[in-house]
Design a protein around this ligand. Structure first.
Ligand SMILES: Nc1ncnc2c1ncn2[C@@H]1O[C@H](COP(=O)(O)OP(=O)(O)OP(=O)(O)O)[C@@H](O)[C@H]1O
Ligand SMILES: [Mg+2]
Length: 315
């Protein structure tokens, strides 16, 4: 069984701040849905509302069509991995994973713990305290504890953010595979572009309390709905001249109708990102195949662009 999740017109205010504002979304059964947004935009708040730790001021949470807005977390059959893992530091790995099973008086606990530990390759750490294992292992323990009860909906709050770049890269692949093996619905929160790109079937970008765009990462990058999305999505922000938005690589360098004066050149693995300004003062970042010196002028043409009908930020 997989689970479909719906939020209808959810609003949440802390003090005077409206953190979630009339947000609606339907997440399909078996989907890997990524919530992407800058720090402080309400991503964790949104997950807490879904899991039931926080109550929305208005609006509804529906799981497989059933209104669970007023149900406590333990009656929603979903699992949450918290931003800081929230493992019990005084317990062993085994005790941490077994904990939710004990709480629900489930039988065959040792066997279930062993199975899940093997699946996540932490079977050799079971007798250690969680303070004696690495960050990557802690992350697996948190996942194991979430998975062990066979939930049908997974809520993951930046579970990879404490890992170093290499481990993070492989953890991403493993997580995607795990979701496909389990064939369950995942809602994964991150502020990391690469995670959104590699994990999400769809990505919802949270801005001003609701989803400003929900689409594949590719679409966010190539066809942003608003200038804000164009600016936020991508390793480099979209460039803007007037209402025209274009990516660093959507140009032909060396000929065309535009010119920038170079501020600096940045070498990223043999590709150069050229930072410069047009004569009318637009700051641009353009991709080129060689270094340009500060003060030098570079001519370019725009080969592809997105035209916005709303004003561009900062112009
Ligand atoms: N319990 C609370 N009481 C008051 N304000 C809160 C509470 N929880 C969160 N906030 C505020 O709500 C806003 C959203 O917080 P939230 O933790 O959901 O953001 P986030 O997108 O998860 O950020 P990050 O990426 O840094 O984890 C922030 O401005 C935060 O200060
Ligand atoms: Mg958060």
């Amino acid at each position: 069984m997989t689970t479909k999740l719906e939020l209808r017109n959810v609003t949440k205010t802390y003090g005077k701040t409206k953190v979630i504002n009339d947000l609606s979304i339907t997440i399909d059964a078996g989907e890997f849905f990524v919530v992407l947004g800058p720090s402080g935009t309400g991503k964790s708040t949104l997950l807490k509302i879904i899991v039931g730790i926080e109550q929305p001021d208005t609006g509804k949470v529906l799981i497989d069509g059933k209104d669970v807005t007023k149900l406590p977390p333990n009656r929603r059959n979903l699992a949450m991995v918290f931003q800081n893992y929230a493992l019990y530091p005084n317990m062993t790995v085994y005790q941490n994973i077994a904990f939710p099973l004990k709480m629900h008086r489930i039988r065959n606990i040792p066997e279930k713990v062993r199975n899940i530990a093997e699946k996540l390759n932490i079977q050799d750490t079971l007798s250690k305290r969680v303070t004696q294992i690495s960050g990557g292992q802690q992350q697996r323990v948190a996942l194991a504890r979430a998975i062990v009860r066979n939930p049908t909906l997974f809520l993951l709050d930046e579970p990879l953010s404490n890992l170093d770049a290499r481990v993070r890269y492989s953890a991403r692949g493993e997580l995607k595979k795990l979701q496909q093996d389990l064939n369950q619905t995942f809602v994964f929160v991150t502020h990391d572009q690469k995670e959104a790109e590699s994990l999400g079937d769809r990505v919802g970008v949270l801005h001003n309390g609701s989803f400003e765009q929900i689409s594949t990462y590719n679409e966010l990058y190539n066809d942003p709905r608003t200038p804000w999305i164009g600016d936020f999505v991508g390793d480099y922000p979209m460039n803007f001249i007037g209402k025209m938005g274009f990516r660093p690589e959507w140009v032909e360098v060396g000929r065309g109708n535009y010119e920038v004066e170079i501020d600096s050149s940045e070498n990223v693995g043999g590709i150069y990102f050229i930072h410069g300004k047009t004569s009318s003062g637009d700051s641009l970042i353009l991709k080129a195949d060689r270094r340009y010196e500060t003060g030098e002028r570079m001519t370019f043409g725009i080969t592809k662009f997105k035209e916005f009908d709303v004003p561009v930020p900062g112009q």
